[in-house]
Design a protein around this ligand. Structure first.
Ligand code: ADP
Length: 594
């Protein structure tokens, strides 16, 4: 059935713009998601960079606090007064977040192997032999001590010879104690290694890399000079070996930006650059702890927990966002498609119903005209004799029965479609029902001068059916064969046992008439459908016969099928189960509601 021009143009005006809008949205969504993920990557990288720097700054602060508390004067010679250091260390301890951070305080005498160690219980420096573990420091101290002697009287704060040095291998903080005219002594603050690992590094990681569900990152502090030496790790196994796909790396003891070495902080930056760290930052460090070559030794390395580099995480986020976005658009497109199909169907149904009303009106008009004119003739005395009166009576009765039949069919159709029709299923002899159907249509067969070929297999078992409805169904098929049988005037009826494995009987009604086109075939069982060629040829009908027959067949647990060739004829086959085969299933409820 072709759609009216108006509806087609509405479909065009709605479908095409909607499709364009959806495609545009999809493209925009794709582009925006690229930008958003780039922005997310930058944001994540910035926040990671901030975390790394704050982590480092706090770490650094704990040692700077010691350096500040001790206040070793770079100019005056006060090496004789060691009590000031005892007092200052006690002050530091009272305020420090990690009072256990200092494990020993030594004064190393320059040029000798003499040393003084602070006895924490007596609060005094006591003489001791230079500890063996400080041996590697000796040469460096000597050089630095000589440099210290050569320094100008006022030392600027950035002067390497006048500042604290950090020795990560012990670990310890060192500072020269000036002595007039001779190489300086050294104060060595030996740090508590387990305290650094288990408390300081652990707490810092929790502070700066904690997510909603535990640590967001895998964190390790590794030694750069000794591969495989992991100072701290948040997760066992991470850091050895140092991961190549880390999201952020920072030299713990800091060094300023260096053109040759680049930035001390590296953070993953762009999603397009997933290979690893990309961005560098210029930072300068608080100069209380000077940067030695060895200060490059400790490195903080972090990697996002969500599988591999942060870039992959951002890509995954983007993929997820795109999937959600496209999913929504797909649902929108499907809804739009369904809306179009539904409205198309509704329009089509409305058109079919209109055709039905017209067809029914036509069907009603002929008998009504006959009845009205017959009644007029009787009233006007045109009918004189008793014989004429009998003729008029039977004519009016015939037309009224035809009207009654039409109304009955419409009501039956309505009740089968609404599922209200009850089926009185019981064993029925096929031959008997065919005879009844042929007898009911005998008038039409005779009027059309049809040749009827009836081939009923002998000894067929009874079928499980409602006799009256089965007969109605066959009458519909026979009436159609007569209506659409054209000039061939041939009607074939066959009944045989089905060749399939089930105990079924097939009853077929055939004609050699106009046949049904391939485009009409899928629609002929739809309510109110009539093929355009039939309507054009003004063959009477309502479009209810086949859907009604199909509903009846299905109500009796059977089926109705069709084979047809345009111009050659059609065969409608009704398949029903035999009463014996169906008996066990239907004895319980003989009354089946369709
Ligand atoms: P109608 O009252 O129009 O016959 P039906 O529901 O019985 O309604 O049939 C629907 C349509 O199927 C018919 O309009 C016709 O186009 C087609 N059709 C049905 N039976 C035949 C047949 N035997 N030969 C050709 N076309 C048929």
């Amino acid at each position: 059935m072709r759609l009216p021009l108006k509806q087609r143009s509405v479909t065009t005006w709605v479908v095409i713009p909607s499709a364009i809008v959806i495609v545009t949205l999809a493209v925009l969504q794709y582009r925006w998601s690229a930008r958003v993920s780039e922005a997310t990557a930058v944001r994540l990288a910035d926040s990671l960079q901030m975390s790394l720097m704050n982590w480092q700054k706090d770490f650094f602060r704990y040692f700077s606090e010691i350096a500040l508390a001790l206040r070793i004067d770079p100019v005056d010679d006060r090496s004789g007064d060691l009590n000031q250091y005892v007092r200052r260390i006690a002050e530091w301890k009272a305020l420090a977040r990690y009072p256990e951070l200092i494990s020993n305080v030594y004064i190393l005498k320059s040029g000798t192997r003499d040393a003084l160690r602070l006895n924490s219980s007596t609060g005094r420096f006591e003489a001791e032999v230079w500890p063996e573990r400080f041996e590697p420091l000796r040469a460096n101290m000597q050089t630095a001590g000589v440099a210290f002697l050569k320094r100008p009287p006022v030392v600027d704060i950035g002067d390497p010879s006048g500042s604290w040095k950090f020795e990560p291998s012990l670990p310890a903080m060192l500072h020269a104690i000036p002595r007039n005219g001779s190489t300086p002594d050294w104060i060595v603050i030996e740090l508590n290694d387990p305290e650094i690992r288990t408390h300081v590094l652990h707490d810092l990681s929790q502070t700066y890399f904690q997510g909603t569900d535990g640590l967001d990152y895998l964190i390790a502090v590794v030694s750069k000079s000794t591969p495989g030496h992991v100072i701290y790790t948040s997760d066992k196994g991470f850091g050895d070996p140092e991961p190549a796909d880390a999201d952020g790396v920072i030299d713990v003891f800091g060094r300023p930006y260096d053109n040759a070495l680049g930035s001390p902080v590296h953070v993953f930056h762009m999603p397009s650059n997933e290979k690893g760290p990309a961005a560098g930052v210029r930072i300068s460090w608080f100069p209380l702890l000077r940067n030695e070559a060895s200060s490059l030794d400790w490195r903080l390395v972090v990697r996002h927990r969500r599988g591999g580099a942060l870039g992959a995480f951002v890509t995954e986020l983007r993929r997820r966002d795109l999937a959600i976005g496209f999913g929504v658009l797909l649902v929108l497109a499907i809804n739009m498609g369904m809306l179009i199909v539904t409205s198309h169907r509704a329009q089509r149904l409305a058109q079919l119903q209109m055709n039905f009303v017209t067809a029914v009106s036509h069907e009603l008009r002929t008998p009504l005209t006959v009845i009205i004119s017959g009644a007029d003739n009787i009233r006007n005395g045109v009918v004189g004799t008793q014989q004429q009166m009998t003729q008029y009576g039977s004519l009016i009765a015939k037309q009224a029965r035809q009207l009654f039949g039409l109304v009955e069919r419409i009501l039956l159709f309505a009740s089968t479609r609404q599922g209200r029709q009850t089926y009185n299923l019981k064993p029925v002899q096929v031959k008997d029902v065919i005879d009844v159907a042929l007898a009911s249509t005998a008038g039409l067969i005779e009027a059309g001068e049809f040749k009827v070929e009836c081939d009923i297999e002998p000894n067929l078992p009874p079928v499980n059916a409602d006799a009256a409805l089965l007969s109605q169904c066959l009458q519909n098929l026979i009436t159609n064969a007569l209506k659409y049988g054209k000039d061939q005037r041939w009607l074939g009826i066959r009944a045989s046992l089905s060749s399939g494995s089930y105990q079924e009987i097939q009853i077929s009604v055939s004609d050699r008439g106009i046949g049904i086109s391939a485009t009409d075939l899928p629609h002929i069982f739809e309510p109110f459908y009539r093929s355009p060629s039939v309507m054009a040829a003004q063959i009477s009908g309502t479009g209810l016969g086949l859907p009604l027959s199909q509903s009846i067949a299905e109500g009796m647990k059977g089926r109705l099928t069709v084979e047809s060739t345009l111009g050659r004829g059609s065969t409608f086959t009704l398949t029903l189960s035999c009463a014996e085969a169906a008996a066990p299933a239907t004895t319980a409820d003989q009354q089946v509601t369709a």
